[in-house]
Design a protein around this ligand. Structure first.
Ligand SMILES: [Zn+2]
Length: 199
């Protein structure tokens, strides 16, 4: 009795596994397809900006991608998402990173032109990343925020062949013609670039 039971249960298990394999084989494919259409960065949460707040394009065919532009929101994470979703605001971003846990939201597809740099030429050639926080409140720049943002920037640089350096990963304040100061003096560029290169 006792010796026969493992054989029986194993046979039943295998039968069950064979049947269960059919729906499981179909599910991940369906999900992966939907996810691929929505986000460009695996793990990002799709939080679409209003279609009134960005320009549909076909980058990098329509424009080359030369920069990642680093921003700080001067808003909370949920308030920033609301702004990008509000068609009256005329502003958007590709990615928004949450302070507390480094969670990444994608609001505009990488192929499309987000309105974030205040300079059309730079908008066409860049991907923008907003970070929840304020330039004068360094506590918002958590380890999780630095690490998850650096991982995202590294993936973008690798994808589009951008060198992982300060000539290509720039602050909003470095965009010609801007009066914005973000990410501000509390942003640790040395640490960030190091993280991007070791991500
Ligand atoms: Zn900015």
């Amino acid at each position: 009795m006792e010796r026969a039971r493992p054989t029986t249960s194993r046979r039943r298990f295998l039968k069950g596994a064979a049947l269960a394999a059919v729906p499981y084989a179909l599910l991940p494919d369906t999900r992966a397809g939907a996810q691929t259409q929505a986000v460009d960065y695996p793990g990002a949460e799709w939080q679409p900006a209003s279609t009134s707040n960005y320009t549909v394009s076909n980058r990098p065919t329509s424009y080359p991608l030369d920069y990642v532009v680093i921003h700080v929101t001067q808003e909370t994470y949920p308030d920033a998402l609301s702004i990008f979703q509000n068609p009256a605001k005329q502003v958007s971003i590709h990615y928004l990173v949450r302070s507390a846990d480094g969670h990444v939201a994608q609001c505009v597809r990488e192929k499309d032109i987000a309105w974030h740099a205040g300079n059309w030429d730079y908008n066409t050639r860049s991907i923008g990343i907003e970070h929840e926080g304020w330039v004068d409140q360094p506590a918002y720049f958590t380890d999780a925020l630095y690490e998850q943002s650096a991982r995202l920037t590294a993936a973008i640089c690798t994808k589009y062949g951008l060198p992982k350096d300060r000539a290509h990963i720039i602050g909003h304040y470095e965009v010609p013609g801007t009066d914005h100061t973000d990410p501000g003096p509390n942003w640790d560029w040395t640490r960030y670039i190091r993280l991007v290169n070791f991500a």
